[in-house]
Structure formats: structure tokens, C-alpha cells
Design a protein around this ligand. Structure first.
Ligand SMILES: Cc1cc2nc3c(=O)[nH]c(=O)nc-3n(C[C@H](O)[C@H](O)[C@H](O)COP(=O)(O)O)c2cc1C
Length: 359
């Protein structure tokens, strides 16, 4: 039994306590999700921003490819936020970049996604067996319980962890400041929370919960050394996002992969200027321009919709200076394009080696 065989494995029905973090918007293809699950971890499909039909199709495909291993689903549950900038002002900031990409000055609105709970229900009906959440998990509890699926709630703070526990979460994902992606900030004082690193957050969340539910570490972990450290400070498992972006099965473009390899921690920034909620992005011309403009946003939901066609066009044209790329501070660690099953096996072996070195 290796170090990654923890009680969390029993709760989730997996062999190694490694989760592929739910990543919506393309990276987590059914192939990537299934490969992580086949390797003994938990592949989690990120379904936000899509439709119930597309979610059901992707889940069915992941479940079929996983060969009997469990597959999870991740939903983003944050409510929309009000605009703090006008559409005219935003279009003015974006105008030169839109012109460079050959896009019209004022984009038509993209099709509206289905509500998160409709996506969750579609995924559970299609065979997802574990639920992970971004933001206050309370609205998802009924669907998870009805499906008999454990609910894993991600939070950036001790008050958030206690709130998620009270709401019925079966495990807490402690998301440290190093993380790529959006901050799962909620609970008392959420708006003024400072950023806490994974190594400081995990033991404090564990102590606050008194061992009642498992804690999973997320953020800045990209090899066996990081996993061993997380286990030693009290985590029963880990949830990795950025590392799996490099996997051959991930849905990101080659340009995004190349950007990950050369990104240093200083080249990432946490800002709400891109989507209206704080997230860690790779800095480039577009992200820097939005940060520097300090103009507010159209709010969570509408801001991302405004940028949707730019996001697509920049990705198609390989324009890393204008793509919006989420990534954590450990992006450059292990950013080699390997099959996900090899990545999981390397992580398991690396964790055991790192644990052996300190014992
Ligand atoms: C590209 C990308 C997309 C993400 N999308 C989501 C998402 O849809 N839902 C979610 O709960 N977390 C999302 N996250 C955050 C992850 O759940 C996780 O906390 C983070 O990736 C961990 O840090 P790491 O990237 O350093 O491994 C995303 C992260 C990245 C890098």
C-alpha cells in the first residue's frame, strides 16, 4: 500500500487519492477524465458553461471509456454578479484586440448555458458517481444525495470549509492561493478573504474540521514532492488542475501547452478583471490591459460571455498574447505532454519516493 492509498479512496471508490480537478471550458475532455480514472485516480468532468445535452453526452463517453472506474462531475455554483463597468467602456478597452483578431467591434451574445443544477442532474443521470463543487455547495446537496454521490466542496478558507461542512459536504477541497483557475471563495467574510497558500490552509482546515471529513489539497501541486508535502500536513488526497492541462488527452491547444512550459510564478496573476471573479491567469497583453484599465467588469457571467468569441478566435489563431489562459503557480513543473495514465503513475511513484526520503 502506497502513501496515496488513504481513507478517501474508500469514500470515492478509487485506488490512488489523486483527483483531476474539474476544469470547465474545454481542458477536461472525456478522454482525459477517463484516463485519470482508469489509472486509479478520479477523473472529474468540468461541465459549467455548456448544455444539459452536451453534459450528458460527455459524461456517458467518459464513463464508457473509464471501463468501470468512477467518474466525477464538477459544477460552478457562484451566482452572477452585477456589472461595475458599462458595455461601451469594455468594448472600448477590447477594440484594438478585437480588430487584431479580425472580430467585429460589438459581438453578438453567445448562446446561454443551462443552469448549473440542470448540468449536474444530467451528469449524474448519465453515470457520474462523485460531485465536486466550486463556490457554496449547498444548492447541489439534494442532487448529490439523491444519486448517492459523495459531495466534495472546494473552498479557499477555514470559514468556507466550516460552511461547506455544515451544508453537508462529505469532503473538503482546500484550494490554496497557488491554484490556477477561479477562487472558490464563499462563507463568512468571503469578499475580504486574503489569499492563503496550500501549505498553510490544509492543516488549518483539517484542525477546524476536527477530522470529521477528509481534506483534499489543491493548488500548486505538480509532482510527488508536492503531494507528499500535502499528505504530511494533513491532506488525505490532492486535486490537480494545471499539471493535467499538459496531458496528451487534454483539450487545450498546443500554444497553451507551450505557454505553460515557460510560465514562471511571477508571470501569473490573480485578478477579477477577466471574468468578474478572482482567478489566476497567465499574464499576457490582454490580461495586463484589463488589469491596468482597472475599469470594472460586466459581472460574473456577462463578462465571460463578452470575451467568448475573442477566447475562441485567439485560441484558433494560436495568439498566446491574446488568449485567456488559467494556470497555477507550479505551471512549469512537469509540464510535459504525457498520457494522463503515465502522469498518474509518475505521481504515485514520486509520492512514495518523497515520503520514503523523509522517513
Ligand atoms: C484551466 C483551469 C480551469 C479550471 N476550472 C475549474 C472549474 O471549472 N471548476 C472548479 O471547481 N475549479 C476549476 N479550476 C480550479 C481547480 O479546481 C483547482 O483548484 C486548481 O487547478 C488547483 O491548482 P493547480 O492548477 O495549481 O493544480 C480550474 C483550474 C484551471 C487551471
Amino acid at each position: 500500500m502506497g502513501g496515496l492509498s488513504t481513507p478517501l479512496c474508500e469514500l470515492l471508490g478509487i485506488r490512488h487519492a489523486i483527483l483531476l480537478a474539474g476544469m470547465a471550458g474545454g481542458p477536461n475532455t472525456p478522454e482525459l477524465v477517463a484516463a485519470v480514472s482508469r489509472a486509479g485516480g478520479l477523473g472529474v468532468l468540468g461541465v459549467s458553461g455548456t448544455t444539459a445535452d452536451a453534459t450528458a453526452d460527455a459524461t456517458r463517453r467518459a464513463v464508457a471509456l473509464a471501463g468501470g472506474a468512477p467518474v466525477g462531475v464538477n459544477v460552478q455554483l457562484a451566482p452572477t454578479t452585477p456589472a461595475t463597468a458599462t458595455r461601451e467602456r469594455m468594448l472600448e478597452i477590447l477594440a484594438p484586440f478585437r480588430a487584431e483578431l479580425g472580430l467585429p467591434a460589438d459581438p453578438p451574445p453567445p448562446p446561454a448555458p443551462d443552469p448549473p443544477l440542470a448540468l449536474l442532474e444530467a451528469a449524474l443521470e448519465a453515470g457520474a458517481r462523485v460531485v465536486t463543487t466550486w463556490h457554496d455547495p449547498a444548492p447541489s446537496l439534494a442532487a448529490a444525495r439523491a444519486a448517492g454521490a459523495p459531495l466534495l466542496a472546494m473552498t479557499t478558507s477555514v470559514p468556507g470549509a466550516l460552511a461547506a461542512h455544515r451544508a453537508g459536504a462529505d469532503a473538503i477541497i482546500a484550494q490554496g492561493a497557488e491554484s490556477g483557475g477561479h477562487r472558490s471563495r464563499f462563507g463568512p467574510g468571503a469578499e475580504t478573504q486574503s489569499e492563503t497558500g496550500t501549505m498553510a490552509l490544509v492543516p488549518q482546515v483539517r484542525d477546524a474540521l476536527g477530522g470529521t471529513v477528509p481534506v483534499i489539497a489543491s493548488g500548486g501541486i505538480a509532482d510527488g514532492r508536492g503531494i507528499a508535502a500535502a499528505l504530511l500536513v494533513g491532506a488525505q488526497g490532492v486535486s490537480l488542475g494545471t499539471l493535467f492541462l499538459a496531458a496528451t488527452e487534454s483539450g487545450v491547444t498546443d500554444a497553451y501547452r507551450a505557454a505553460l512550459r515557460t510560465t514562471s510564478p511571477e508571470r501569473t496573476v490573480v485578478t477579477d478583471a477577466v471574468t468578474g471573479r478572482p482567478a489566476r491567469w497567465i499574464r499576457n497583453r490582454l490580461v495586463d490591459a484589463l488589469v491596468e484599465a482597472d475599469a470594472g467588469t460586466l459581472g460574473w457571467g456577462a463578462q465571460a460571455a463578452l470575451l467568448a468569441d475573442m477566447r475562441r478566435a485567439a485560441a484558433q489563431q494560436g495568439r498566446t498574447d491574446l488568449m485567456t489562459m488559467l494556470a497555477g503557480q507550479a505551471a512549469a513543473i512537469g509540464a510535459e505532454p504525457l498520457p494522463a495514465e503515465d502522469i498518474v503513475h509518475d505521481l504515485v511513484a514520486g509520492t512514495d519516493a518523497a515520503l520514503a526520503a523523509v522517513r
